[in-house]
Design a protein around this ligand. Structure first.
Ligand SMILES: Cc1cc2nc3c(=O)[nH]c(=O)nc-3n(C[C@H](O)[C@H](O)[C@H](O)COP(=O)(O)O)c2cc1C
Length: 180
């Protein structure tokens, strides 16, 4: 787990947990940027780790992963299903990293998380992604060349969307920030 302490002047301390999975590292970068953009104390947890985080210690939880062949990582989906009750009590944010935009990206976001969590989420976001040819294995390169018609690394991380997502999470959390 990684801790980022970024406390603004006169802001109440907020404990945020960001849970993620990343296949080629893009979502990891996105999550680090998001943690920096949020007010308060953010802990980053990769679901690949054996030990599960203790949700009780956090008021705010953000969950995200990347889309491959239309699906978010299975472990993210399972984690959401298994911890649904506890997550419903949190200030919840959901996001995906992906290369589609518009309606297709929106559909992928819809499918990525259980229906109930969409209802409880304060904010959801599509944060862009990258086709990283240095990280892909042979078959993945083949698929990306054929389907996306791309044969070199393309970076489309949406930094503005990351900042907007952080702002919305901060607004929903803090009554002080609601006044801004
Ligand atoms: C084999 C492969 C399949 C992919 N399938 C999709 C897809 O179905 N929809 C989409 O929007 N993006 C797709 N992408 C793009 C990924 O979502 C993008 O590369 C993302 O940034 C990966 O994040 P990660 O490095 O954290 O895993 C695919 C990428 C690869 C390599």
């Amino acid at each position: 787990m990684t801790n980022c302490h970024i406390l603004g002047k006169n802001q109440p301390t907020m404990k945020t947990l960001i849970i993620y999975m990343s296949t080629h590292g893009c979502t990891k970068h996105v999550v680090e940027e998001l943690a920096q953009a949020l007010h308060g104390d953010a802990t980053i947890h990769n679901l690949k780790a054996k030990k599960q985080p203790d949700l009780q210690s956090y008021e705010r939880v953000i969950i995200g992963g990347s889309i491959h062949a239309g699906q978010i990582q299975r472990k993210i989906r399972e984690y959401c299903e298994q911890n649904q009750e506890q997550l419903e009590d949190k200030q919840l944010g959901l996001f995906i990293c992906c290369m589609h935009e518009g309606e297709q990206a929106f559909q992928q976001l819809e499918n990525a998380f259980p229906e109930k969590l969409h209802q409880y989420a304060k904010t959801e976001a599509i944060l862009g992604g990258e086709f990283n040819f240095e990280k892909m294995h042979f078959l993945e390169k083949l698929v990306v060349r054929k389907i996306a018609k791309v044969d070199q690394t393309v970076r489309k991380i949406n930094h503005e969307a990351i900042q907007n997502f952080a702002n919305k999470m901060d607004k929903t959390f803090s009554p002080f920030l609601m006044l801004i």
